[in-house]
Design a protein around this ligand. Structure first.
Ligand code: PSV
Ligand code: MN
Ligand code: MN
Length: 413
């Protein structure tokens, strides 16, 4: 697309925005300020348990992962942080990693612990970790989380994300209440080990890897536990961690109403935890979620800056960097569209029972083509007008393959 065409699209859109009572400059500064973290496990080709098809030139260590995120940051200007998974990405030399990240303009988002697989630790997590019937195994899992906090402290992170695979596969296998109690008690110890300016992000998931019961299956259970931990424990919403047709925007509103929303793991799904590209399946749902977020922050339910943003997707059959570019674009678009909602008019429709009017207000915003706005925000921040076109034109994957090798596979998976 030529610069001239972009300018003409933007000026037409600006006229439209002015008609809607919105300032283009203000929208640009809001879109530019919105940054989304990338997890260290998202830089390699994804896959399924049936197989994995390497893309080539994948980052072989943490340094190279940071370089990939640095590239994304440079092209899109929509990400400035990495979320590390331990032990997959333990920094060997913390100071060197810190320096590398800061030279790329990358900071350290929430840390992720891992008690869902065995990697040589003394006791197995086969029958669970924080919920394990064996006290020694629970202790080991708590200690792992405390070590992750220590690593995070040395990097300047301010949060710990806990996702547990704990649960059972067969009726009768686990004692529901005991498993919940052990998990809560273990999390209390972990919470107690966090510095005072850290937050604990407690993720939920209805099923998988356990297929009968999961100890923290939903936002309600996560909320109950967080309430017992303290103010700095909040619920993490991973978009793929819901049963089909769940009203996620309502969950978001309810959590914000209780100041209990920790943050997001963005992805999309058709059936379950598909980890598909954000915005590729249900862009309207993503827009409605942002409407609730903006509304909740505007009403003072929960401070916008207290919420964490991250992508958590798997790039099956896609180049991960291309996929992340697409996801960052989709999230920015959904956010931009939600910023266009006439909230006053919507409130009026809600209070006067004008159902048709309410839908019209939302769709007026959703159907506005905001691509020129999002592009302009990126250009003004110093990013590429079209990051995906740039990536392909510059043959970046080919260069990474030449540099790292055709069979280079992302470390830590
Ligand atoms: C497993 O479902 C999962 O995708 C969770 O969403 C976690 O956030 C992620 O793995 C990393 O542990
Ligand atoms: Mn997740
Ligand atoms: Mn998941």
């Amino acid at each position: 697309m030529s610069t001239d065409f972009h300018q003409r699209s933007l000026s037409l859109l600006s006229e439209q925005l002015a008609e809607m009572g919105k300032s283009t400059a203000e929208l640009i500064s809001q879109i530019s300020a919105f940054q989304i973290a990338v997890p260290s496990w998202a830089l390699g080709a994804g896959g399924t348990r049936f197989g994995r098809f390497s893309i080539g030139g994948e980052p072989r260590n943490l340094e190279e992962k940071l370089e990939d995120i640095g590239l994304l940051a440079k092209l899109t200007k929509r990400t400035d942080a990495v979320s590390l998974h331990i032990p997959w990405d333990i920094p060997k030399d913390t100071q060197a990693i810190k320096e590398k990240a800061s030279s790329l303009g990358i900071s350290f988002d929430a840390m992720n612990s891992n008690t869902f697989q065995d990697y040589g630790q003394a006791l197995t997590y086969k029958m669970g970790s924080l919920s394990n019937a064996d006290a020694a195994t629970r202790k080991q899992a708590v200690e792992h989380n405390l070590q992750v906090i220590e690593i995070g402290k040395s990097l300047g992170s301010k949060g710990l994300t806990v996702w547990l695979a704990d649960g059972s596969n067969f009726p009768g296998q686990a004692h529901f209440r005991k498993a919940l109690e052990w998990t809560t008690d273990s999390l209390k110890e972990i919470y107690g080990g966090m510095p005072g300016d850290w937050k604990l992000l407690l993720e939920y998931k209805p099923y998988e890897p356990n297929f009968y019961h999961t100890v923290i299956p939903d936002w309600g259970t996560s909320s109950l536990i967080c309430r017992q931990l303290g103010d700095r424990a909040k619920v993490l919403v991973d978009l793929g961690h819901h049963l089909p047709n769940t009203n996620i925007e309502q969950i978001v509103a309810t959590l914000m109403h209780q100041n209990l929303l920790a943050g997001f793991h963005f992805n999309d799904s058709k059936y379950g935890d598909d980890d598909l590209s954000t915005g590729s399946i249900k862009p309207y749902q993503l827009f409605l979620i942002f409407c609730e977020l903006i509304g909740g922050a505007a009403d003072g339910a929960q401070n916008w800056n207290s919420i964490s943003w991250m992508i958590d997707a798997s790039h099956n059959t896609k180049d991960p960097l291309e996929d992340l570019i697409q996801a960052l674009e989709a999230i920015s678009q959904a956010y931009a569209k939600a910023l266009l909602v006439d909230r006053e008019k919507l409130t009026h429709c809600q209070l006067s029972g004008d159902t048709v009017g309410a839908q019209a207000v939302l769709q007026e915003a959703f159907l506005t083509d905001v691509r020129a706005l999002v592009r302009e925000a990126r250009i003004q921040s110093g990013g590429e007008p079209n990051p995906l076109a740039f990536y392909r034109r510059e043959k970046i994957r080919e260069k990474l393959i030449a540099q790292r090798g055709k069979n280079a596979q992302a470390s830590g998976l």
